[in-house]
Design a protein around this ligand. Structure first.
Ligand code: B12
Ligand code: SF4
Ligand code: SF4
Length: 299
């Protein structure tokens, strides 16, 4: 088996050289075709060793042995202003784990066929890869003080997914300068000072984290959800950023077609079936809907 694998690799290398095609060029062509909707999604390459150490998580066991390179892909999710909304923007659309997973799985299948003997595994969010750093290193955007990747056209309204492979690929160049304009608006706007100067997040103070907590919440935590007015997530450090002033609409058709901005007890059950927050279960969502409703009733 090992011998067969080696032969496949040798065959591919000699075939590739004969055709005068660089493997990076082939991969870029495939990505433009397969990682695309209304237009190709932004993608780039970084080296696996550049994103060490990995985040400790269960998916770590799927990282290919001898991993060399990471093909990082962005899935923009901005679907319009939606002034009336009680769901954070990233959760208004069909579960990105599923949608990004489908595109990346198609790409992995095609890559395995084109480069037999090499391994290709995809991840998104539940990933040992530090995705913001990987996307930055792959030349896809700048590092925001809000801890998020800022793409020149889509702003921070993007999901990040990646394919890790033992194929040895040349990395792209990160953007220069690496950082955002550093206006400090995100840090000042963060309601309870969760966002630190270095882009890290003090978890227990972050409203996004609080909406995801299961079970009974403290009075202070309930107050955070009530004041935030969102039944899932928090968009403040995204929305105040000048780099998000005129974000381009998502080219991902599945996101554009599925956006629902308001959730209540009536549509919650239906929405839960297809949304990223489904993993937390019905009770957590219904609890949050009640808390936000209490605030409205008081007004
Ligand atoms: C745990 C987690 C959370 C936690 C903790 C967040 C945190 N920042 O610690 C909670 C639940 C709070 C959360 C909230 C959100 N999250 Co989240 N989260 C993650 C997850 C799973 C791991 C993040 C992590 O622990 N990284 C470890 C840190 C140390 O590394 P890093 O991610 O590479 O990023 C750091 C470096 O870039 C560093 N840095 C390095 N060099 C430099 C240089 C400069 C100048 C600066 C300023 C920073 C900097 O700053 C970053 C932050 O520490 C990632 C997915 C993943 N696997 O990466 C998603 C992820 C980061 N989340 C994402 C999203 C969309 C969100 C929310 C916007 C959702 C919402 N609307 O509620 C918020 C935003 C909150 C925020 N400002 O971070 C996206 C971000 C996309 C983007 N544009 O960058 C990711 C990548 C998921 C995905 N696949 O798309 N998240
Ligand atoms: S998501 Fe909200 S609470 Fe969390 S860091 Fe950003 S602004 Fe602060
Ligand atoms: S709000 Fe200002 S400081 Fe924060 S990420 Fe955007 S540009 Fe950087």
């Amino acid at each position: 088996m090992q011998m067969e694998k080696r032969c496949d690799k040798v065959n591919w290398i000699s075939k590739g050289r004969k055709n005068g095609m660089e493997k990076e060029k082939i991969i870029r062509q495939m990505a433009r075709r397969l990682l695309a909707g209304a237009q190709p999604f932004p993608f780039g390459i970084c080296r696996f060793e550049q994103v060490q150490p990995c985040l400790p998580c269960r998916a770590m066991q799927r990282i290919p042995q001898g991993a060399q390179s990471v093909l990082v892909c962005l899935f923009p999710y901005y679907t319009g202003a939606h002034c009336e909304r009680n769901i954070s923007r990233y959760a208004m659309v069909t579960d990105y784990h599923q949608i990004a997973g489908e595109y990346l799985e198609r790409m992995c299948r095609a890559l395995r066929e084109r480069f037999p003997g090499y391994q290709f595994e995809h991840f998104t969010d539940n990933s040992p890869i530090r995705e913001v750093t990987a996307a930055f290193l792959a030349g896809l955007g700048r590092l925001g003080k809000n801890g998020l990747l800022l793409h020149p056209q889509y702003g921070s309204y993007i999901f990040i997914g990646e394919i890790v492979t033992d194929l040895d690929l040349q990395a792209d160049q990160p953007l220069v300068p690496p950082g955002c304009p550093n206006c400090g608006k995100c840090v000042r706007a963060c309601p309870q000072g969760a966002l630190q100067e270095d882009g890290s997040v003090y978890l227990e103070r972050c409203r996004s984290h609080i909406t995801q907590k299961k079970g009974e919440l403290s009075d202070w935590e309930r107050q955070q959800i009530r004041q935030g007015g969102l039944v899932w997530g928090c968009d403040i450090c995204n929305d105040v950023c000048p780099c998000n002033r005129q974000p381009q609409l998502t080219p991902v058709p599945e996101f554009l077609q599925s956006a629902v901005a308001v959730m209540d007890e009536q549509n919650a059950q239906q929405l839960l079936k297809t949304r990223a927050y489904n993993y937390r279960g019905r009770n957590t969502i219904l609890r949050n809907i009640k808390i936000v409703q209490e605030e409205k009733d008081e007004q």
